[in-house]
Design a protein around this ligand. Structure first.
Ligand SMILES: Nc1nc2c(ncn2[C@@H]2O[C@H](COP(=O)(O)OP(=O)(O)OP(=O)(O)O)[C@@H](O)[C@H]2O)c(=O)[nH]1
Length: 186
């Protein structure tokens, strides 16, 4: 899961071979999810590239047809963060041009082992123009928000009306996300 993309809502609905995912208290990846956006139910089909850290060998089928990609790194694991740039390059080459990308720094609850500062995640996300937040699959921090933001963006794109104000996923995430407590910074 960490350092690898999770694909949400593929266009053709066909699942690449699915890997079992970890099951902390809140599942970030690994099953279908229904999110209610402004009264409308949006179904996200989610696949995790779990266990395939050697990104060059990962089948592109995971994200070729995806409408959204959640890129996760582990804030306690520097190499998972360092892998993100390679994933972004890969995604730029093979994913849909209009794919929604979100960067997530997971395990935000493990403050004592933090290796990557929130600011570093913020900076990388800004560089690539993608929304960013830290999450915890253990406490659930920002997990629902990640899926809700993706669902809102996809719903907006699917049913955009001429007079409808545009939905800015980065602004939405910034306004809604919870920050880890002060003590989790380095
Ligand atoms: N404390 C804490 N533990 C977590 C969190 N997310 C996952 N874990 C635990 O971290 C371990 C590794 O989780 P995985 O999802 O398998 O991580 P991974 O390194 O991506 O492994 P692969 O999925 O095989 O690529 C498991 O024991 C999880 O329960 C989190 O947010 N907080």
């Amino acid at each position: 899961m960490t350092g690898t993309p999770g694909a949400a809502a593929t266009r053709n609905g066909e699942a690449p071979e699915r890997s079992p995912s970890c099951s902390p208290s809140y599942d970030l990846m690994g099953k279908n999810k229904v999110v209610t956006v402004d009264g409308m139910r949006v179904k996200l089909q989610i696949w995790d590239t779990a266990g395939q850290e050697r990104f060059r060998s990962v089948t592109h089928a995971y994200y070729r047809d995806a409408q959204a990609l959640l890129l996760l790194y582990d804030i306690t694991n520097k190499s998972s963060f360092d892998n993100i740039r390679a994933w972004l390059t890969e995604i730029h080459e093979y994913a849909q041009r209009d794919v929604v990308i979100m960067l997530l720094g997971n395990k935000a609850d493990v403050s004592s082992e933090r290796m990557i500062r929130s600011e570093d995640g913020e900076m990388l996300a800004r560089e690539y123009g993608v929304p960013f937040m830290e999450t915890s699959a253990k406490t659930g921090m920002n997990v629902e928000l990640a899926f809700l933001a993706i669902a809102k963006e996809l719903k907006y794109r699917a049913g955009r009306q001429a007079n409808e104000p545009s939905f800015q996923i980065r602004d939405y995430v910034e306004s809604q996300k919870k920050r880890p407590s002060c003590c989790s910074f380095l």
